[in-house]
Design a protein around this ligand. Structure first.
Ligand SMILES: [Fe+2]
Length: 395
């Protein structure tokens, strides 16, 4: 994805004969995006990846919209999403537009009896709680608290969880997700002023290869339907691959914050981009060091983008009464800013321990029925309270 990667055994030249020990051919697959223009991977399979045995069931998982054309700020209490055994059933879309979906999930059990493939969207999974292993047909990635897992569309995968205590914040993107272009040179290498570099990006190093025949269920997401397809060969039968299109992991704890004398704008926190939204990481950092600086953000009107903040950990200085797992939605068209007292409270502070993920979408987000179940409906009036009295002398 961000750069060339090779795993397992591949022939020296693409599209040439690559034979098994018994003399028969491995089956090559070009796995690409954006027609033949986007990033691609060439993989070599034990069996044909095309052996559909049956298309059994189909059901819609399209989110039900509670509020479109929304202008109300919301706070969603993410940890109120109930844990569910099944990974796919645990995924609850809370905010959505035609480019992306914001999903909360608290899955308890690993995916055992099926594989999953999202053909609609790249998936960016932020691991808030839980450890385990993402298993894919292009290799595995161990994950833990603070990891972003980037799974390009079309990757066949399973999630193995070590315990039942898992909390995931997931962004499904119908546009490809990249690292920010301004941090890469014309060859694609991450530049010196980038807040992370190639060493921070973990690529699959472990490849599971099974040459097995039988009935293998893949739940395929296409146009907001889940379609249950049975294949005749094991989906994890890749002997080797190379290219740019593969899953990878990046820990939010490896994001190096950019700070300044005065308040730095959100783009310094940017971690991923698409042409429809950006993802930013707010990480523990030193505060602004101008003698008259105000570390809290100023009020601002992101007049043509919606702002979603997912609070992960630490003390959220600009907000009163916000806890880990909460989401704030500040919609386009109206200003938002620090809660009463937060600006004053920030003066003189030298550092923050806050950890949060922000998604700024360029199209408005719709609020779903799942979101309304965990919504604080009075949040939009929470700026009315007067600021607390200034400290008395000697306090
Ligand atoms: Fe903001």
């Amino acid at each position: 994805m961000p750069f060339y990667h090779k795993l397992g055994n591949i022939p020296p030249k693409r599209h040439t004969q690559f034979r098994k020990p018994d003399g028969s051919l491995y089956y090559e697959q070009l796995f690409g995006t954006i027609g033949f223009d986007g990033m691609s991977t060439n993989s070599y399979h034990e069996q044909r990846p095309t052996q559909v045995k049956g298309i059994e069931k189909r059901y819609s998982v399209a989110p039900k919209i509670a509020q479109s054309n929304n202008i109300q700020s919301y706070r969603l209490k993410g940890f109120q999403v109930k844990p569910e055994n099944d990974y796919l059933e645990s995924r609850k879309t809370v905010l959505v537009n035609s480019d992306c979906a914001i999903v909360l999930a608290a899955p308890k059990l690993s995916t055992t009896n099926y594989f999953y493939k999202n053909t609609d969207a790249d998936e960016l999974i932020f691991v808030h709680k839980g450890t385990g292993k993402l298993r894919t047909h292009l290799g595995n990635l161990d994950f833990k608290y603070g990891d972003y897992l980037l799974i390009p569309r079309g990757i066949i995968y399973k999630m193995d969880f070590d315990t039942e205590n898992n909390r995931l914040f997931i962004i499904e993107s119908r546009r490809p997700i990249y690292t920010p272009k301004r941090y890469r040179n014309w060859f694609g290498q991450l530049l010196e002023h980038s807040p992370f570099c190639e060493r921070d990006i973990r690529r699959p190093q472990e490849l599971e290869t099974y040459n097995a025949s039988g009935d293998f269920l893949i739940k395929v997401k296409k146009q907001d339907d889940i379609i249950e397809m049975t294949y005749a060969s094991h989906p994890f039968d890749v002997i080797g691959y190379d290219g740019y299109n593969y899953p990878y992991a990046f820990s939010i704890h490896d994001f190096e914050p950019i700070t300044g004398r005065i308040h730095q704008p959100p783009p310094v926190h940017q971690t991923f981009e698409t042409d429809a939204f950006v993802v930013c990481s707010f990480v523990p950092r030193l505060y602004d060091y101008h003698p008259q600086s105000i570390p809290a953000p100023y009020n601002h009107s992101n007049i043509d983008s919606d702002e979603v903040l997912y609070y992960v950990d630490g003390d959220f200085m600009s907000r009163n009464d916000v806890e880990a797992g909460h989401i704030s939605l500040h919609p386009a068209g109206i200003p938002h800013g620090p809660h009463p007292g937060a600006t004053e409270r920030s003066i003189g502070k030298t550092k923050t321990d806050e950890l949060a993920v922000m998604v700024d979408t360029f199209k408005p987000l719709m609020v779903t029925e799942e979101a309304m179940k965990i919504a604080d409906n009075s949040y939009h009036k929470s700026w009315l309270k007067p600021p607390p009295a200034p400290p008395k002398e000697g306090d």
